[in-house]
Design a binder for this molecule. Structure first.
Ligand SMILES: [Zn+2]
Length: 105
């Protein structure tokens, strides 16, 4: 399964293979070398595994399709932490999936 990514720093579009990310949690922009931390990648792949398990159990009855757009997340994840924009932009994208924002609300 391929994840489509776009670097916010240099605009480079690239993809990452889910299985490879799980085995080696390194996410790096091929254009400018911006990268996500290992923790962020592991949080993402871990969350996706949970999602896959849930979808698999539902699959007998329903097919689920949908797009994941890091810039179009449902509340309370829809508000991007402004302070993080810029330098750590790539990080922020996947980051919204999992930690930080969660405890607020
Ligand atoms: Zn880049």
């Amino acid at each position: 399964m391929q994840l489509e990514l776009k670097c916010k720093k240099c605009d480079e579009a690239f993809s990452a293979d889910f299985a490879e990310l799980t085995a080696d949690p390194e996410l790096r922009c091929p254009g400018c070398d911006a990268r996500a931390t290992e923790e962020q990648v592991e949080a993402l792949t871990g969350a996706m595994e949970d999602l896959f398990a849930a979808v698999a159990s539902l699959r007998r009855k329903f097919t689920i399709t949908g797009d994941l757009d890091g810039d179009d997340l449902p509340p309370p994840y829809d508000e991007a932490p402004a302070a993080k924009r810029g330098k750590a932009a790539l990080l922020e994208d996947e980051d919204d999936e999992e930690d930080e924002d969660e405890d607020e609300e």
